[in-house]
Design a protein around this ligand. Sequence first.
Ligand code: NOJ
Length: 559
Amino acid sequence: MTEPDGQRDAGHRGDPWWHGAVIYQIYPRSFADSNGDGVGDLPGIRRRLEHVASLGVDAIWLSPFYRSPMADFGYDVADHCDVDPVFGTLEDARGLIDDAHRLGLAVLVDFVPNHTSDQHPWFVASRSSRSNPMRHWYTWRDAGRGPNGVPNNWRAAFTGEAAWVRDDTGQLRPRWGLEATDQSTSAWTWDEATGQFYLHTFLPQQPDLDWRNPEVVAAQHDVLCFWLDAGVDGFRVDAIITIGKPEGLPDADPDLALIPEAGLTDEEFARSQVRDLRALVDAYRPDRILLGEVGGIDASAIRRYVAHDGFHLAFDFPPMFDRWRADRWRRHIDEAEAAHVDGEWPTWVLSNHDTPRHADRFGSEARARAAAVLLVGLRGCVVLYAGEELGLVDAEIAPDDRLDPGGRDGCRAPLPWTDAADHGWPPQAWLPFPANAETRNVERLEADPSSILHLYRRLLAARRSSPALRSGSFTWLADQPEGVLAWLRTVDPGSADPEPSSRDADRLVTVNFTESPAVVTTPSGNWVLVASGDGDGSEVDQPWDGRLGPDGAVIAQRR
Ligand code: NOJ
């Protein structure tokens, strides 16, 4: 196995590799299949890793590939320290980590602290009798007096309905689970054999561990050590807020009682556990990182999980649930900039395996291209979801064909590699292809320099080669036309700037959120294009006079 090197592609001034990094999420079932069973696997990822490296990203994040009955497609872990046969073997995982390191990619794996599968030996033991020593690894309660005797009014996530619906205008909107009211969505399931309810913030097949039990904490810390020993560079930490249940498990506020508990908890207890995870990772070796999934709360709340030796990074999710509008993005960026101070980094993300792809949500590829410029031009880290570099939209899945209890199949469609009808997959892939796979597949887009794939490469190359873009400060450029945002990224004065003067090193980023042309007010100087959202590469280094086309977006620098 290759030795992970803490100095991998150190950023500006030898900063840690993850400052301003771009991380690429791979959902293993959907990336690439090596053995013809129609489900993506680890050897499949190894075969396609050159594609990932060619984009110019810094790291990959692998969604769970551990042993699992797949009730939640791997987020129901039955053995944290083994690979599910559908994905391969531990040897394949080790080989993948080595390959990635050889290609200069750091590797993050998913860590699921809050729950296990109901098939995990820990839960099998816990449920076997009230007196089992592992009984209190999970949360068991006697029947109460409420409806159906459930101990409190908490709701579980995933109602079996799609979490996003199209409104009257055809736009996708989050549903937030407000429609379901029946007790089948309770966060408690009755166990007939031992005569108690157990708690599950997600599916009944995902019982919640009790993190107030030190044995649970120690066992989960051992899981981190296992993967650190295997050479990973860090973890994406799943659903962290849910480990912080309020003492006594009180009822949720009746006004919020229809919202799953997974979106409501925000307790200091969870943050204290995050600090312990951070201490463990820091003590292991420098430059191992934790990227937290802190769901459902605003940027300042997310920051509480980062500040004071919490996570290195945490997703800023609110923009992912919002519309493609300048005023909304202005607010999100302001909030993130105000929240992440003292050397902290916002983490920007537009798509993932839980959310309809943004090319779908924003309604056009032109906007997806502008969104790529926006992401790469912001201060902070960026997480890309495999396939967004192809401009993929979701697969269309009829309600009867849904596999996922949360209705999230559409964004998990297999990645189309080739132009052929099977797109590089066996005849029966586990899900249908994205609706635009015929024209948005890797083979076809490789051959077209004007494609969104080459745009991502140009943008990521621009970010890697510019300290201002990668880690410089952020300043709005005022007085822009309605619907247009513009900002400067600037290398700190006084830093050991490798470029001629910090003024020349500035990068101007601008995005037109409207469908009309616009003219940006630029600071003085002659500006040339670094990349343009609608370009084919021939625009690079051409003079730029501040004009933006409809849905236009550019990065520019002074000549
Ligand atoms: C968040 C993950 O992203 C999602 O896919 C999963 O279903 C839940 N956490 C539960 O683990």
